[in-house]
Design a protein around this ligand. Structure first.
Ligand code: HEC
Ligand code: HEC
Length: 411
């Protein structure tokens, strides 16, 4: 009798532990994906990132000496009006190359929020409005912008000659004689620097601008090495592709998986946030409100005209590309209602680590961002591409949980 009872007890225990094991290690219903969904998830996985595209406009783009020089220039605050602003002042590595501010602070305050830069070597257009078409041309913007670095290209040429002569010459050849070049002069700065620039000979201007352009090409080479790292979402997709249900459960909670399902399905976030960087690098009007106190920002409508007119674009004499290699610029969509207040979607990788959000920090939290997509208000100008989402509070929380799972895991 005693033995029989023990046997029954043991059998019951075994059944319970088997059920527990299936519950812990077996497939969850949340993890069932159709073949088409698996194919979609694979496209969002960091492992699907193709090799870095070449940049024919920058012949130093992958030169290790340019990368090393560019890294030092990126963090060198001498390249500014007050000796206190470097690229790294606003693009802090520990904050995902961002600064956590609604509007960036350099010499003054900018009209827009600092963008994250990891993986931006994949983007054909740079800035919220895409007014630059290469990383090197982009780098030359803030250096002369009065509210960012606020310096001049003649000042920078002298600094290169004084502090980086051997590194520079090893890459780009001998520096010209700069003894006749004023200490500060440039086409885009204050009236005194502008007058000094206009007084220079075209040959001297050209020599200074070449040095300036080469600085940009070295900084761009460094930026090409800045890549996002894998997140729990990537571990989940990898496990899904390998049929490893245990790692799938360990990587994302059921709520995070539900948020992922909304992201690719009913909430349609992948319309614009797609590919392994979770951005299509194109321009969209998503009815983000104006930032109080700032002039109306027309976004891509102005940006498309600016890149066509840019002194340093792919078709310019400073580009190393042949004209037929500048397809993006040559076939640019430069006019149309859809460009008004259209902005570039930032990569959503590490997004939870860098509030506030949008081009002028209009939303303080990811909850506010999700509420915006949920309600889809009319655009302040132009036409919004968004439709109301009708998500329940629980679904909004799940979407938030998923966005938080896109942060890089340090191991
Ligand atoms: C004062 C802060 C500040 C400084 C200094 C600064 N940036 Fe930025 N950065 C910004 C802001 C703000 C934007 C977005 C501006 C816009 O769209 O008009 C931006 C955008 C960018 C982008 C575009 C990313 C994308 O996805 O399109 C890159 C790349 C970048 N910066 C690199 C640099 C480099 C290189 C330097 C140094 C030469 C630099 N930044 C200096 C604030 C700064
Ligand atoms: C029609 C295109 C489009 C769709 C659909 C879309 N986004 Fe965006 N997203 C953008 C654009 C464009 C921006 C930048 C807008 C701006 O700053 O004005 C952005 C910005 C964001 C940001 C802020 C990133 C940052 O660093 O500032 C988050 C978070 C975000 N989107 C999440 C989502 C989620 C979640 C969904 C689905 C509910 C979604 N997006 C759907 C285009 C889109």
């Amino acid at each position: 009798m005693q033995a029989k009872r023990t046997l029954i007890l043991l059998a019951a225990l075994a059944t319970i532990s088997l059920a527990t094991a299936i519950f812990i290690f077996g497939p969850r219903s949340a993890d069932r994906w159709t073949e088409a969904e698996v194919a979609m998830l694979r496209t969002l996985w960091l492992g699907s990132l193709p090799p870095l595209p070449p940049d024919p406009s920058n012949r130093y783009a992958d030169d290790p000496r340019a990368i090393a020089l560019g890294e030092r220039l990126f963090f060198d605050a001498r390249f500014s009006n007050n000796g206190r602003v470097a690229c790294g002042t606003c693009h802090l590595p520990e904050l995902g190359f961002q600064d956590g501010l609604p509007l960036a602070q350099g010499i003054g305050t900018t009209d827009r929020r600092t963008m994250p830069i990891a993986g931006m070597a994949y983007s054909p257009w740079l800035f919220w409005d895409g007014r630059k078409d290469s990383l090197w041309a982009q780098a030359l913007g803030p250096l002369e912008n009065p509210v960012e670095h606020g310096g001049t290209r003649a000042q920078y040429a002298h600094l290169i000659a004084a502090h980086y002569r051997s590194e520079y010459e090893a890459l780009f050849g001998p520096l010209p004689d700069l003894s006749g070049v004023p200490a500060s002069a440039g086409p885009a700065a204050d009236p005194a620097a502008r007058a000094a620039w206009d007084a220079m000979t075209p040959a001297a201007q050209e020599a200074v601008t070449r040095i300036y352009v080469n600085m940009g090409k070295a900084i761009a080479a460094f930026e090409r090495t800045i890549m996002p790292g894998p997140s729990r979402f990537d571990a989940y997709v990898q496990a899904l592709l390998e049929g490893d249900t245990r790692t799938m459960r360990a990587s994302l909670t059921a709520d995070e998986v539900a948020g992922l399902r909304l992201f690719i399905d009913r909430a349609n976030c992948i319309q614009c946030h797609n590919g392994p960087l979770l951005t299509d690098n194109d321009f969209h009007n998503t009815a983000v409100p104006d930032a109080p106190g700032l002039p109306q920002d027309t976004g891509r409508a102005a940006g498309a005209q600016l890149v066509l007119a840019d002194e340093f674009n792919c078709l310019s004499p400073y580009s190393d590309a042949a004209p037929q290699q500048c397809a993006e610029l040559r076939f640019i969509l430069s006019e149309g209602e859809e460009l008004l207040r259209a902005f570039k979607p930032p990569s959503l990788r590490n997004v939870a680590e860098r509030p506030p959000y949008m081009h002028a920090g209009q939303f303080a939290t990811l909850q506010e961002v999700i509420m915006h997509y949920h309600l889809a208000p009319p655009a302040p100008a132009g036409h919004s591409q968004l439709e109301p989402l009708h998500l329940s509070p629980r679904e909004r929380a799940q979407l938030l949980a998923f966005l938080q799972a896109l942060s890089e895991v340090s191991d």
